[in-house]
Design a protein around this ligand. Sequence first.
Ligand code: NCD
Length: 311
Amino acid sequence: MTRHLLSIDDLDAAGIEEIFETAAEMHDVQRRAVKKLPALRGRTVINLFFEDSTRTRSSFEIAGKWLSADVINLSAKGSSASKGESLRDTVLTVTAMGIDGLVVRHSASGAAHQISQWVDVPVINAGDGMHEHPTQALLDAYTLTRRLGSLEGRHVVLVGDLTHSRVFRSNIKSLLKLGATVTVVAPPTLMPAGIGDWSKSVGFDLSYDLDSVLPTADAVMMLRVQRERMSGGYFPTAREYTVGYGLTRDRLSLLGPDTPILHPGPMNRGLEISADAADAVGRSVVLDQVSAGVAVRMSVLYHLLTGEESA
Ligand code: NCD
């Protein structure tokens, strides 16, 4: 495994499987009364978050703590970044304190990569603009393999605001590496520019018709409509979006009874996903994703910070 995790491109299928194997062991720790492993004792990890986050930041924090690392959270609000300090100065300042790893979220695509050029500690990309979110894709695929077994030949359908989604970009790469067949569904206005060529060159399908795709899905992942990244009108009304592309109660009947429903969160209930789908017992794996997030991030921190091949 490389020293940084900036993109799913940093991993091959064997590297992903290795992360999953360690994550499965870490997952068992979650069920214990005392959840500490000594693996990262004496090491310090900084979570540097320049964008809002609930699950990613807290699960990286929990993951580090359960491995006995010291974890410090820094967010743009409340740090000197809000006083005009440059990204480079902020990063060099925190690394000069003698830290062992940096988890970074930033609104600019490429930020984590840029930061990795400035520092000599492992950098983990926790979401860079509309580019990638590799640990999210790893926890999604891990959740899927726990439900479906091998993803080889399984049909995974990703639906929603693809244009603004780093989760989609990382997931395409990881799902294809693990042998899944992928269809992405979105209204034409939320299909990223150039996706036709990309889909042909790496091998996934595009559709504008959710109802025709759902019956063949082995899993469906709903992606959030990212209104904070939208400047204009990408669809006429919320109601029209839901009618065309939401996982409504009616559409649930197009899915197999055991087909897992994923969403990385935060969910816009009533927009891209109905409460019936989000809370569907035995089908919605949204909270399994959250729980897997801690285990997968423990695994990633362990491999990157210790340089060990396996736990
Ligand atoms: C995603 C993100 O931040 O990219 N959320 C997450 O990390 N759980 C997806 C989103 O914001 O919609």
